[in-house]
Design a protein around this ligand. Structure first.
Ligand SMILES: NC(=O)c1ccc[n+]([C@@H]2O[C@H](COP(=O)([O-])OP(=O)(O)OC[C@H]3O[C@@H](n4cnc5c(N)ncnc54)[C@H](O)[C@@H]3O)[C@@H](O)[C@H]2O)c1
Length: 251
């Protein structure tokens, strides 16, 4: 499996969950991968587990200085990426809420990471990709951006709607310079992010009942589309959203 031979990828939020699975799969496909995360210890351990084709970078995507410094360090080390997966995100269970009950602080914390942080990742990714003559940017979206699935998570859902819009805008702006931008939209995928659902049998049964295929997603379910979009096989795909949701958005 060498569909990503010769590529250097950067994946944010790669210490665990979907980001880690994507990093692991990209390496299996022959890429070098920078695992970036704000959790320094966890990302160092994660990169260590993946061997010499993996490299750790500590960066909080909501901090522009940290993002700029991480990209500069990669350039100096000869690891400028030509594939960037802007995947890091948070969902503040127990705090995010329907609009009338949502604290401004919770809204701001969510938007700061999920939307502003994705923008900052994309900003420096575009600069890096331009220096490499083009490449692929993949954003992690959510069905909550497009339907009522996230009705109790106003901040999260709005932040993801912003991510979907950002992807289309940046795709249009840079298509003629060899940069493709696409959004992958997983549904309920069992990772540490959604432990509040996974660990509660009633909540878990309720969400699985809204997935026509009849099971929860796994991080591995999301990696195949990421490989396609990162590789040259996806060279005519840009500005699009790819659902991997067991049919959840058909309901
Ligand atoms: N799990 C799901 O059901 C699901 C569904 C749809 C979309 N998503 C999206 O997929 C992406 C990955 O989610 P996951 O389920 O793997 O989550 P996760 O919580 O398992 O992992 C997220 C990782 O992102 C890191 N992170 C959080 N904030 C960060 C920041 N400011 N800077 C850098 N790193 C940061 C965390 O440290 C963690 O390692 C997120 O954007 C999430 O919104 C998840």
């Amino acid at each position: 499996m060498t569909r990503l031979q010769g590529k250097t990828a950067l994946v944010t939020g790669a210490a665990m969950g979907i980001g880690y699975a994507v990093a692991e799969r990209f390496i299996a496909e022959g890429a070098r991968v920078v695992l970036a995360d704000r959790n320094a210890a966890a990302v160092a351990e994660a990169a260590g587990a993946l061997g010499p084709l993996a490299r750790a970078a500590t960066m909080d995507i909501s901090d522009e200085a940290a993002v700029a410094a991480a990209f500069a360090e990669l350039e100096a080390a000869g690891w400028t990426p030509d594939v960037v997966v802007a995947n890091a995100g948070v969902q503040l269970f127990g705090h995010d809420a329907p609009a009338a009950d949502l604290d401004l602080d919770v809204w701001r914390r969510t938007i700061d990471i999920n939307l502003t942080g994705t923008f900052l990742t994309v900003k420096y990714a575009v600069r890096a990709l331009l220096s490499r003559g083009g490449g692929s940017i993949i954003l992690t979206g959510s069905p909550t951006a497009v339907n009522g699935e996230g009705r109790d998570f106003t901040a999260y859902s709005a932040s993801k709607a912003g991510v979907h819009g950002l992807g289309r805008t940046v795709a249009a702006a840079y298509a003629d310079r060899g940069i493709r931008v696409n959004t992958v939209q997983p549904a309920y995928t069992e990772t540490p992010l959604v432990a509040a659902i996974t660990d509660d049998p009633d909540s878990r049964a309720a969400i699985v009942s809204r997935i026509p295929i009849g099971r929860a997603g796994t991080p591995a379910d999301v990696t195949g589309i990421m490989v396609y979009l990162a590789s040259d096989e996806g060279s005519f795909a840009t500005g699009a959203t790819f659902s991997v949701d067991g049919g959840m958005t058909t309901l």
